[in-house]
Design a protein around this ligand. Structure first.
Ligand SMILES: NC(=O)c1ccc[n+]([C@@H]2O[C@H](COP(=O)([O-])OP(=O)(O)OC[C@H]3O[C@@H](n4cnc5c(N)ncnc54)[C@H](OP(=O)(O)O)[C@@H]3O)[C@@H](O)[C@H]2O)c1
Length: 304
C-alpha cells in the first residue's frame, strides 16, 4: 500500500467536503478538516468525529492526501499556497467543476515540488447518499516516480464503491460540462424567470397543466434550490460557456423568425434536426416511458 492514511480536506465544512469526510472516515482514513470559519468547522468535525485545524500550514504538513474542496475561483490560488508546505509524495486533488486553470496550477506545483497531483470532478452533489453508479471524471496531472501507484490506489478505492471513473483532458472536460451542467442550469433559471415575467403565480399555472409543464417545473424547482455561487462560477469561469451562449442567441433568433413568419417548413426543419440528434442516444427509445414513470410519482404526491 503506497497511499498513506492521513487526509486533509480543505473546505471540509462545505457541502462536498462533508460528503468526502464521511467517505474517507468510513474507509478508516485519519481525516483532518480545514476551513476559515471556526464555528462551522468545529461543528462539522464533531458531527463526524474527526480533527480540525485552523492553521493551513499545520493542517497539510503531515498529510498523505490533500483534497481541495473550495469555490472554483479560490482553488488555483490554494494549490499554489499549499504546494511548498507538503511532504514528499503527498497526493493533492481538487474536485472543482471547471478544470483549465486548476489543472494548470496543479501542473506548476508538481513541476516545482516532489508531490503528486490529480484533478477530480465528482458528477454529483452533496445530496448524494451512495456513490454507486455515479461518474467521477479524472484528469491525471503527474508527479513523482510513485505517481501511478499512488493514484491508482485512490482510483481503485473509488471503483470498489461502484464509482464510474472517466479519464479526460481539461479542454474536453470544460467543453462538455459547459453543455452538461451550464446549459441545463441556464435553461431552468431562464424557464422560471420567463414564467415570472408573466406575473402568473406558479400554483395557478399548475392548474392548467397535464404532464410536460409539471415535470419541467419540478426539475427547475429542484435546481434553483441548489448552490447559487457554484452555479454562477460554473457558467462564468468556463470560457466555453460564453461560446454556447452565442450559439444559443443565434438559435433563438432563428426560432423567433420561424414563429413570426409562421414558417412551417422552417419549424419542421428545426424540430427534425433535434429529433435526428437525439435518436442516437441510448435513452431515446425509453424516454417516453421514463417520462410517465416520473409522472406517476408526481401524481401520487398530489393525491396524498
Ligand atoms: N456542490 C456540488 O454539487 C458540487 C459537485 C461537484 C463538484 N463541486 C465542487 O466542489 C467544490 C466545493 O463546493 P461545495 O458545494 O462543497 O462548496 P461550499 O458548500 O460552499 O463549501 C466551501 C468550503 O470551502 C471553504 N472555503 C471557502 N473559501 C475558502 C478559501 N478561500 N480558503 C479556504 N477555505 C475556503 C468554506 O468554509 P469557510 O468559508 O469557513 O472557509 C467551506 O468549507 C467547488 O469547487 C465545486 O465546484 C461541487
Amino acid at each position: 500500500m503506497m497511499l498513506g492514511r492521513n487526509i486533509t480536506i480543505i473546505g471540509g465544512s462545505g457541502g462536498m467536503g462533508k460528503v468526502f469526510c464521511k467517505y474517507f472516515k468510513n474507509h478508516r482514513f485519519d481525516v483532518t478538516l480545514f476551513a476559515r470559519n471556526e464555528l462551522r468547522l468545529k461543528k462539522v468535525a464533531s458531527e463526524f468525529n474527526v480533527k480540525y485545524e485552523l492553521s493551513l500550514e499545520k493542517s497539510v504538513k503531515n498529510a498523505d492526501l490533500v483534497m481541495i474542496s473550495i469555490p472554483i475561483t479560490s482553488t488555483a490560488e490554494m494549490i499554489h499556497k499549499i504546494g511548498p508546505l507538503l511532504k514528499k509524495n503527498t497526493l493533492i486533488f481538487d474536485i472543482s467543476s471547471i478544470k483549465k486553470s486548476v489543472v494548470n496550477a496543479l501542473n506548476e506545483v508538481q513541476n516545482k515540488y516532489p508531490i503528486n497531483c490529480i484533478s477530480l470532478h465528482p458528477m454529483f452533489g452533496p445530496g448524494i447518499t451512495n456513490m454507486k453508479n455515479y461518474v467521477m471524471t479524472v484528469l491525471k496531472v503527474g508527479g513523482t516516480e510513485k505517481y501511478e501507484e499512488i493514484v491508482n490506489e485512490l482510483l481503485n478505492l473509488f471503483r470498489s464503491d461502484g464509482l464510474i471513473i472517466t479519464e479526460t483532458e481539461p479542454d474536453i472536460h470544460d467543453k462538455r460540462v459547459a453543455l452538461t451542467l451550464g446549459v441545463p442550469h441556464m435553461f431552468n433559471i431562464l424557464f422560471l424567470n420567463l414564467l415570472k415575467s408573466s406575473k402568473e403565480p406558479l400554483n395557478e399555472l399548475t392548474r392548467f397543466t397535464g404532464t410536460t409543464f409539471l415535470l419541467q417545473k419540478v426539475f427547475a424547482e429542484s435546481i434553483i434550490q441548489r448552490e447559487m455561487e457554484m452555479f454562477g462560477e460554473i457558467q462564468m469561469e468556463n470560457q466555453e460557456f460564453l461560446k454556447i451562449l452565442e450559439k444559443f442567441e443565434a438559435l433563438l433568433s432563428r426560432y423567433k423568425k420561424i414563429v413570426e413568419e409562421k414558417n412551417v417548413k422552417g419549424f419542421n426543419e428545426i424540430f427534425s434536426q433535434g429529433l435526428d440528434y437525439s435518436k442516437e442516444d441510448n435513452h431515446f427509445k425509453n424516454s417516453y416511458n421514463y417520462f410517465y414513470e416520473f409522472m406517476k410519482i408526481l401524481k401520487r404526491e398530489s393525491e396524498n
